[in-house]
Structure formats: structure tokens, C-alpha cells
Ligand binder design. Sequence first.
Ligand SMILES: Nc1nc2c(ncn2[C@@H]2O[C@H](COP(=O)(O)OP(=O)(O)O)[C@@H](O)[C@H]2O)c(=O)[nH]1
Ligand SMILES: [Mg+2]
Ligand SMILES: [Zn+2]
Length: 365
Amino acid sequence: MNKDDKIVNKNKNSWGFFPQADLEFCESEGLFFGRIIRENRGQYLIASGDSIYDGEVSGAFRYKAICPADYPGVGDWVAFREITNPIIIEKVLTRKSSFSRKTAGIKTEEQIIAANVDYIFLVFAINGGRNFTASGLERYLIMAWDSGALPVVVLNKSDLCNEEERESALLTAEASTPGVDIKLVSAETGEGLDDLLVNIPPESTLALVGPSGVGKSSLINALSGKTLQKTHAQRETDLRGRHTTTHRELFRLETGHLLIDTPGMRELQLWGDSDSANNTFSDIAEIANNCKFSDCRHEGEPGCAVQKALAEGFLEYRRFENYLDLRRELDYLQRKKDEKSTGKDQKKWKDISKEIRRYYKEKNQ
Ligand SMILES: Nc1nc2c(ncn2[C@@H]2O[C@H](COP(=O)(O)OP(=O)(O)O)[C@@H](O)[C@H]2O)c(=O)[nH]1
Ligand SMILES: [Mg+2]
Ligand SMILES: [Zn+2]
């Protein structure tokens, strides 16, 4: 691009909200920007203005990146210097929110599921499957609150439930997600769908997350009125026999809402720090204010208000035990992260002192 060319960062709102600071940055550096709408093993689709381009990261980007979360994820805004095929991504712009998990396996690394999201729809199916449990909901809710987006619990497949089952699903969800909006819907019959986006401003980005098979792709199809995503029902023809949604993808509805579909997760490993559970378990935090010791772990200390609440039936044992489990998982993760950053610091200082030694050696020769 010629330096004098006016950058065509037009239509800046058609793919969601783009921060003013980033706009100024791109304009001063002569960069274009676009939004990642699909990611599949390092291959990207980038929406910019009215067009959609293939993209990949530059060599310099790859060189500087140290962990998976440094790479663009679906929903990220990225900057590039010119329109090429593929576009070469130079930079990921500021993430205002991101839904993450720990990568599968033993590494302590963050994986971005969806970036720059305003609402997280935690989707569960309530037709008696083992996917929907209070403890599972609490695990997802931790990651949702930590993302910086607003969680909404979406209970799908209402058409497969009788009145009693619906009631019990609603009660379970209410008890484990205080203060969170809960919607009962059916992608099949359309029940509750009109109500789903009604209070959500257009141009908001919503990510649908939840276990596999709960109807995330079906909901996106039902909301758009089109078959944007293959669902499990169409799996017979999918000879690979894999999960139908294999990559994360962002769709724009006619209403202007932007929806991110995510592949079902076999397990959602937590990513966060020791404090990440506090929002999800705000009720426990509140009760704990009355514990005798301010650092009470509620595991048998004298004067523990949490143990009292449990004994008196104000706090459910199941919820408390899940809280302890999740907190242990977060504490463990925090320790691993600390170890890793100390390791990284040590390596950095080793490299620097090597440089310094080499410098003096050459100087003294
Ligand atoms: N009865 C009923 N089936 C549904 C509903 N939503 C999705 N399904 C079915 O559930 C299966 C999994 O749906 P899919 O959208 O692929 O789930 P995903 O893995 O969360 O994307 C498919 O066979 C859908 O047809 C619903 O509200 N009611
Ligand atoms: Mg799907
Ligand atoms: Zn206590």
C-alpha cells in the first residue's frame, strides 16, 4: 500500500465493535484491520469491510509468539499491511474479553475459544442427558465470568421434557447460577427463541459454548433461519464420523448479532487463577465474610460460618464440595503457572548473562 493511500477501514461496525484506540493505532501505522471469523489449524478467514479473505500469521508473528493464546482466535481483531492472498496477519489487537480453557494434555497453556465476546451462552440440553448437572454448570460459569463477557444459561431441548422435568431443570440452574439469566428454549420447535436475543443489542458478539450434542449448532441455524452449521442429525452422511462442528466460526445474523459456534468440548479444563471461582460462588464468599478467621478455608476451622450454613441447610453440600474441588483445581493451576513463569524468568536471565559475558569477552580480546 502506498503511504498516501487512504486506508479503507470502512464499515468498521459491521463485524462488531472495534475499539477507537485500535482504530487510531491502525490509521497511524497504515494498517488495515479485520475480524477473524474462522480458524482451523492456523488457517484463518478474515472479514474486513464487505469482503472475506484467507489469512495466516507472518513469520515474525510466529517467531514472537510463545503460547497458543498469542495466536489469533475467532472473534479477534487483527491488523495487516495489505490485501494479499492469503492476507499476512501482523498483530492481534487488544482483546477486550476472551473465553478460554486450559489446553488438553499436561501443558499449562491457555487456549482461546472465542475472543471479544459480549455474551456467553452456556448451552445445556435438559432431556435427561448426563451433560446437564449443577456441577458442570458451575465449571462452565467460572470460565464465563472470567472471560469478561456476560453469561446467560440456555437450557435447550425443552420439547423433550414434561412440565416436571422443566421445573426441575430450572431449579437446578437457578440454584447453581445466582444472578444469571436463564432461558428455556427448543431449537426444534422454536420455543423461547424470540426471547433469546431480545435484550441484546445488535452488533453484540455472542459465543455458544457447552458440551457436545446439546444443540449449539441447531440454535444458530434456528436463530438465523438458515442452515449455517451442520448438526449431529446430518452426521450419518459425515463419513469421518467426527464431531460435526470441527472449528470455531463466527456468523452474522440479519439482526446484526454475531454468533460464534464452538465445537463441543469433551472436557472444559479450567484456566484462570485462585480467585476465578469467586463470582460463580459469590454466595459462599458472602457467607465466608462471617467466618472467624479471614483466611478460613472452611475445612474445619473454629468459628466457620460456611460450615454453620451447611449444617443449618442454607448452603447445599454438593455445591460446597464442588466449590472446594474447583478451587483446588484453580490453586493447582496457579502453582503451575507460577512455576512456569519463574522458569521463563530464569531462562531469560541466563540468556542475558550469556550475552553480557560474550560482550565482555569480545571487548577484551
Ligand atoms: N428434540 C430436540 N433436538 C434437538 C434440539 N436442538 C438440537 N437437537 C438435536 O440434537 C442433536 C445435536 O445437535 P447439534 O446442534 O449438532 O449440537 P452441538 O454439538 O451442540 O452443536 C441433533 O440431532 C439435533 O437435531 C432441540 O431443541 N430439541
Ligand atoms: Mg455443533
Ligand atoms: Zn470458614
